[in-house]
Ligand binder design. Sequence first.
Ligand code: C2E
Ligand code: SIN
Ligand code: SIN
Ligand code: FE
Ligand code: FE
Length: 412
Amino acid sequence: MSIERLASRDQAVMAILKTSEEVNQLKDVDTILDKILYESRQLSGADAGSIFLVENDTLIFSYVQNDTLFCKETTNAALYQNFGIPISEQSIVGYVAKTRQSLAIDDAYELDPTLPFSFNKSFDEKSGYRTTSMLTIPLIAQESRLVGVMQLINAKNEMGKIGPFSEEARTYIPLFCNNASVAIERGIMNRELILRMMQMAELRDPSETGPHVQRVGAYSAEIYETWASRRNHSPKAIKHVRDNIRLAAMLHDVGKVGISDTILKKPAKLTDEEFDAMKWHTIFGARLFKNQTSELDRMSMEIALCHHEKWEGRGYPGVPNADVWNDELILGGEPKKREIIPLAARICAVADVYDALASPRSYKDPFPDEKCLGILEKDSGTHFDPEIVEIFFEIFPVIKAIREKWTDNETV
Ligand code: C2E
Ligand code: SIN
Ligand code: SIN
Ligand code: FE
Ligand code: FE
């Protein structure tokens, strides 16, 4: 419901409080940005919007929604675009970041030439979009830290006609953004914490682990979203699970912390004995989530334990969830099969193997895409849930966009 249609100031404040509370329940930064942008657009009637986050004095493009341009698939590929804008007075977002004041513009093409910034038309020229009104808001968290900038574009009235942003939107959205900024900071921190854990656990080499972990998390979130949309799950339910799977999938190999360096970093094929030792990373990982106090813990446990199980069996560790805590346990029980393997683990299996194939490892060079996709296709229905492989191929443009965002030589 847009703010102008709320009868009173109290109602507007109540709507913002309720939304803030919902934002505070989310954990991953992408899900938080999605929610904040969506709710701000609802409140203001904006057709489109984007969020930039501050990284080393640059505003990094981090999220976008556009009702006119994007159908579902293209939105998701657009999300992973990689570009930054300097914090300087020359651009609108840079100016807002610098002055820390929100700025409403009625027509981006008719800016007063005495203003220090100009509107960059290149995006409109490429896409055919016509940007008219803009409301650009600094995202400021506690201790006046600048987290980023949100830009809302093209306010629509009830008839769908584009006009300036209302007084109410200009007043209330910045208030909502103050709460939102704190949530964004927390979401960034959650991801950074997981990345540090994984750097410690995995190759003990930040340049290799960080991007792999980010990609497996993002692939898994996108695959899940398509899987659940096919089943007509509600958008709210999808976002909730997506939030958890994004982070839980990042933790799939956290149990490698218990594997010795000589095995983990061996620049050659493992012996059978070494590979048996390696299999324990699934159980070590699962044990970290013994005290399951949240759905995130439950899903992290399922993924850590079951990401090497196979659709037709013959995966590992093959132990029932309840036996994970038993130190006497011997690997190689009756492997899990089919839907007994939790959905999140079936998804993560495809995401992880594709990424391992396409990336360099201490024991292998990266494979070209045809070879990676050939292996997924060949092992669909034996190693992998065939529907998950089918979805992977369907959203392959998004998968490629994710790979371009987190390339292997880049630090995170
Ligand atoms: P990882 O490197 O992240 O690989 C994850 C999974 O991707 C592997 O699970 C496997 O299913 C798939 N994969 C990786 N490379 C290839 C490949 O060249 N061909 C095919 N067809 N599939 C591949 P898996 O086999 O259970 O291995 C689990 C982990 O054990 C690996 O994680 C890696 O850390 C370690 N590992 C496996 N084989 C070797 C090896 O020969 N040498 C070393 N040093 N480590 C290995
Ligand atoms: C599930 O495992 O959650 C559902 C099974 C399926 O439809 O793949
Ligand atoms: C779902 O089927 O969407 C839920 C999957 C899960 O929470 O494990
Ligand atoms: Fe693994
Ligand atoms: Fe992995």
